[in-house]
Design a protein around this ligand. Sequence first.
Ligand code: SME
Length: 149
Amino acid sequence: MFDSLRPLVKSIVDSHKNTEEKLQEICNLLKEEIPHYDWVGFYFKNGDKRELKLGPYAGAPTDHTIIPFGKGICGQVAESNENFVVPDVNAQDNYIACSITVKAEIVVPLFVNKENIGQIDIDSNTADPFTEADEHFLEFVNFEVSKIL
Ligand code: SME
């Protein structure tokens, strides 16, 4: 599944749309094609502030359009610069719930010139669904996206 999606992600990145539209198409593609991806979105560092701002996403609207560094899974990844795989969100103390249907989450940081400038965030309604294959695929997506930021 991931192998067949890689060329599609590349073709979106290489298309002649604006960056916002490309990111939106990638979110839509991942949400539609990967059964355990129920919400897919990008957060980006909000200017000079120590907070993340929601960018393009696919899935239910969320109230959490601004997330301070350190808060929730996303805010922790903004500071750790490392992938964060959460097999069971209910086992996390520092977690921001977006929907009661969400059981698991994965957040992978996005680097431009080695600087952590944002992340891709996936919510799943399936318990413990993520493997190293998800991490590698999402690292690939972020690497492709980093070329157009
Ligand atoms: N659950 C995230 C907040 C963002 S929503 O999943 C869209 C967190 O704990 O950072």
